[in-house]
Structures are given as structure tokens and as C-alpha cells.
Design a protein around this ligand. Structure first.
Ligand SMILES: Cc1ncc(COP(=O)(O)O)c(C=O)c1O
Length: 389
């Protein structure tokens, strides 16, 4: 039985799959089992901020594996202590304390529990087209009925309002509202940046009503959009910040960051994770954050993102099948007039891996150090694939 048959036999058939067996990655490229090279705009679902197998990360992980892999919260440990300090330095005040978990959904779970605990209120307002993960709490904040419906009843107290519509949100707020949760740029929802002024209005509303503002930067965080955190584009600071995906370069790690005051509302034992903050993930994350700084990846994301967007607008937008091009930094989308499936598979044939949103949007989350030449190659392949419609 070959590898594709083996996976298909034993893996539940609950994900879309592409017929590619990946064996190696380096920078923005990956190779399949037959040695075919691809430009990777999937980037491990947006995880590969620093590219695949960055030599410094590989070295650090190898060293840490030999030293200590697990160290529960019960004990102290250097990689965790240093990462806590680094995150406190990188995030604006009053964000200061971090709870580490193992995924984006878990980072959101912690944020939701914190919001209820700190405010003593139950209701959470989330956004239409928002995505926050698939565990029960995170799923309750996620909008798409396709992900939710079969699993109801979900956690009570959640409601969804139109993203960007502050007046609807004002109407949805009550004296029971604990928090408003939103992405700064909706990822799964199709790469939709918050309209100008929206996050500032939300911040203002939350301040006036004593509501916590949770910004889920699992997909947008750490340089993806051309700022270290996407909320910086709109000059606001959330009360609770969720990170995951690229923070540890592919080793699972989620982070929920809030002020000491907010975290102090939780008592010992009210939240925990066995693997959370393990030395391997924390050592990897320290190295990823150092690489992002040393290699100016946030500035590169802004510069290469603008270049990518400009070329898409100049050369792809005009194709008949293209409805709209959107993007911020290296988070980009091409909205098509037809279903994306055949184009995604044709791109695979030509050596390009693409992510999607919904059924008609192509999404690209390449490494932040993707080169201009690689972007040019992506444009050439897209032109070929999309012109054939
Ligand atoms: C904004 C956002 N939040 C949460 C999640 C869930 O993350 P995970 O799949 O690591 O649980 C995702 C995943 O794509 C995401 O994009």
C-alpha cells in the first residue's frame, strides 16, 4: 500500500486532501517524494513565518531535545522564563503575562475563560465570518454554520454580529457582555482586514462598557501582515491577545497574553495544560522571535507583501475569472468567480501550493522571507493556471 492509500485508509476523511507526499522543506520551498519542487504558499497553514527548516531553529531544537523536552508548569525552566520575558517586551502595555498552551483553539479557550472569570459576566460577542478554532469554546466563537451546526448545542452565551459594523455591535452589547472577540484580519473568512476605524471604535466601546477586547492573532500575529501584531495597523491594544501558528516555527505552541490584573482573577488550578509551555516549544519560540528580529522579517513582510499585492493587482486582477484581490502584508487572497478546486490542483501540477478560504477564494500565507524571485514565479504560475478558466 503506498503512503496515500495508507493515510486514506486510517485517517478519518474529514479534511480536504491534495495528492502530494511532502518529504522536505527549505525556506519557501518544499519537495515531494519524487523530488518535485513546490513554492509553498500554504506554509503549514501560515505556520512557516521564518520558512521551513531554518538552520538556527533546527540547531536550537536539536540541542533542546538532548537537554529537556518536558517540564510542567509545576517547575521552573529557562526557555519558558525567557520566552515569557520576551513576549512581555514585544507586546504593548498592559499585556504582560502569558499562559502557554498548544494550539490556536486552546489560546482562544483560555481567553474566553479569562474574560468570564475577570468580568463575572457570561456573554461573548463574536464576528460573522470569524474563525477561532474547533474546540467547543472556540467553535462557539467561530461563525461558519458548516463547522458548528452538527455539534450543537455549543457553549451558551455567544452571538455573532457583522464584522465592521459598530452600530450592530452597540445594539448587541448588554450588561451581561464579558468580551468581544475578533480577528484583526479575518483569515478563514477570506482575508478581510478590519475596516478603518472599526478596531478603534471597538476599543472605545469596550472601554466605555467595561468589556474585554480579545484580538485573535493566531493567523495574523508575528509579522504576517507587515506589523508585528496586526492590531498595530489600527493603533489599538487589546485586553487579551491570542497567538499560535508560527510562534514556535512548527512546534505546537499557543499563547494567551493579558495584563497581570486580568490573569490575577484566575485562581490556582482554574486553568492548566500538561504540554503548555514545554521547554522544546519555548526554546523554539525564543529562536523564532530572535530570527524575526535579526532578519527584519516584519519589514520584509511589509515590503514583499506590497510587491506581491501590486503584481497581483496589475497582472492577475484583469483575468476574467478574478473577482477581487485582497491582502495585508504576506496574507493575500484572490477571490474567484468560480470554485477554486480545479485551480488549486492545476497549481499543484505547476509546482505551487495554495491555501483556500470558503469555496471560491485562493489564500496565500508564504514565509515572511519569501524572495522577490519566488513571488515572480508564483505570479507566473497563477497567470497560467487562472488564464485557463
Ligand atoms: C484566527 C484563528 N484562530 C484560531 C485558529 C485555530 O488554531 P488551531 O488550528 O491551532 O487550533 C485559527 C486556525 O486557522 C485561526 O486562523
Amino acid at each position: 500500500m503506498n503512503l496515500i492509500e495508507l493515510e486514506n485508509k486510517y485517517l478519518p476523511a474529514i479534511f480536504p486532501k491534495r495528492p502530494v507526499i511532502l518529504v522536505k522543506g527549505k525556506g519557501s520551498k518544499v519537495w515531494d517524494i519524487e523530488g518535485k519542487e513546490y513554492i509553498d504558499c500554504v506554509g503549514g497553514n501560515g505556520v512557516c513565518l521564518i520558512g521551513h527548516s531554518h538552520p538556527k531553529l533546527v540547531e536550537k531544537i536539536q540541542k533542546q531535545v538532548e537537554q529537556l523536552i518536558i517540564c510542567p508548569y509545576l517547575f521552573y525552566n529557562e526557555p519558558r522564563a525567557k520566552l515569557l520575558e520576551k513576549l512581555a517586551q514585544l507586546t504593548p502595555k498592559p499585556l504582560e503575562k502569558t499562559f502557554f498552551s498548544n494550539s490556536g483553539a486552546e489560546a482562544v479557550e483560555c481567553a474566553l475563560k479569562l474574560a468570564r472569570k475577570y468580568t463575572g459576566k457570561k456573554e461573548i460577542i463574536a464576528m460573522k465570518r470569524g474563525f477561532h478554532g474547533r474546540t467547543f469554546g472556540a467553535l462557539s466563537a467561530t461563525w461558519n454554520p458548516k463547522y458548528r451546526k452538527e455539534f450543537e448545542p455549543l457553549v451558551p452565551g455567544f452571538m455573532h454580529v457583522p464584522f465592521g459594523d459598530i452600530e450592530s455591535i452597540k445594539k448587541a452589547v448588554s450588561d451581561k457582555t464579558a468580551a468581544i472577540i475578533t480577528e484583526a484580519v479575518q483569515g478563514e473568512g477570506g482575508v478581510i482586514p478590519a475596516p478603518n476605524g472599526f478596531l478603534a471604535d471597538l476599543r472605545d466601546l469596550c472601554d466605555k462598557k467595561g468589556i474585554l477586547l480579545i484580538i485573535d492573532e493566531v493567523q495574523t500575529g508575528l509579522g504576517r501582515t507587515g506589523e508585528l501584531f496586526a492590531f498595530q495597523h489600527w493603533k489599538i491594544v487589546p485586553d487579551i491577545l491570542c497567538l499560535a501558528k508560527g510562534i514556535a516555527g512548527g512546534i505546537p505552541l499557543g499563547a494567551t497574553i493579558a495584563s497581570a490584573e486580568i490573569f490575577n482573577s484566575m485562581k490556582s488550578g482554574e486553568h492548566y495544560s500538561t504540554f503548555g509551555g514545554n521547554p522544546l516549544a519555548c526554546a523554539a519560540a525564543n529562536t523564532v522571535l530572535t530570527i524575526i528580529q535579526e532578519e527584519n522579517l516584519v519589514a520584509k513582510s511589509k515590503k514583499m507583501g506590497s510587491y506581491f499585492l501590486k503584481r497581483l493587482q496589475e497582472e492577475i486582477k484583469e483575468l476574467q475569472i478574478v473577482r477581487e484581490i485582497r491582502g495585508l502584508g504576506l496574507m493575500l487572497a484572490i477571490d474567484l468567480r468560480l470554485k477554486h478546486k480545479v485551480f488549486v490542483l492545476n497549481a499543484v501540477e505547476k509546482g505551487l501550493l495554495l491555501l483556500t478560504s470558503g469555496s471560491t477564494t485562493l489564500r496565500m500565507l508564504p514565509p515572511l522571507n519569501i524572495s522577490q524571485e519566488e513571488i515572480d514565479q508564483v505570479i507566473d504560475i497563477l497567470k497560467e493556471v487562472l488564464a485557463k478558466s
